[in-house]
Design a protein around this ligand. Sequence first.
Ligand SMILES: C[S@@+](CC[C@H](N)C(=O)[O-])C[C@H]1O[C@@H](n2cnc3c(N)ncnc32)[C@H](O)[C@@H]1O
Length: 279
Amino acid sequence: MSSDEVYTSQLGRSIQEQERTHQQFQLITSALGFLLHPSVAVTLPSEPAIADIGTGTGRFLKEIYKHYPNARRLDGFDISSAFFDSAEFLPAAIQLHIHDVKTAFPAHLHGVFDLVHIRYLVGAMEPSDWAPVLHNLISLLKPGGGIQWTEPAGADMKIACSRVAPDELILTRLNSIFLEGPMTARSRAGVTMLPQVMQDAGMTVEQHIINTRDSPHLSQELAKNAAIAYLNFARSALGKQSSHAMTEDELREAEAKIQEEISYGAYPQYNIHTVLGRI
Ligand SMILES: C[S@@+](CC[C@H](N)C(=O)[O-])C[C@H]1O[C@@H](n2cnc3c(N)ncnc32)[C@H](O)[C@@H]1O
């Protein structure tokens, strides 16, 4: 399977998935409290060149454009154009390109960007990908440029609930399916290793970690958003030989129960790491 097929087989590229990632982006931005970490923002020139990797619809760049309407260039890269807005709906400064970040960027993009931004690419990352992908990202940076990379620490993800024992919840089972599936190896090896990978590449590194429990006002929406991803993933595992796969009947029952569990206060609790690297 190609990198795109591996990624797509897990969460798909439906309109519903596009809407889910859009909402996830807003929720995570609220939980983080920033689009650009303050120590990144202070170093950016007033007319920056910024690249966004795994850009999806380019929503990060559209938000950035509001803050930097004179940006020299805002380039989004994604392995698929399925979620791209057509150019007529984008400001001229925003250009979206198809590119697999696991392959080298063309020479004309080398040394061009003040900042490379990545958010929620973990589903595409094998443990062995982090160092070579970082190498490709660094090639885009101007001297003194920086990387801002935000990912959930997926392996620590659990369902928390103040009113019922999380062990008995269907969301807890779905969460386990999500973490025991192909995401596990990727998530576990993922963002917690990134500061070391950046240091090994000669970068100066800073890290900012939050936990979803610190944003109780977002819990319900985070839970609804995660539930859609869980169900999509469990659905993609239907009919596959796996000890943790659900049957179609179990999935139907799960869908009916989830909303009730969310109204009891069940939500996904996990850390979100933002790793900043500078060359
Ligand atoms: C979960 S979405 C996140 C989108 C966006 N960064 C956000 O925060 O909303 C992950 C995106 O990474 C893209 N992607 C997956 N594998 C990739 C790869 N190897 N190279 C570039 N983009 C990739 C997917 O197509 C998808 O648009």
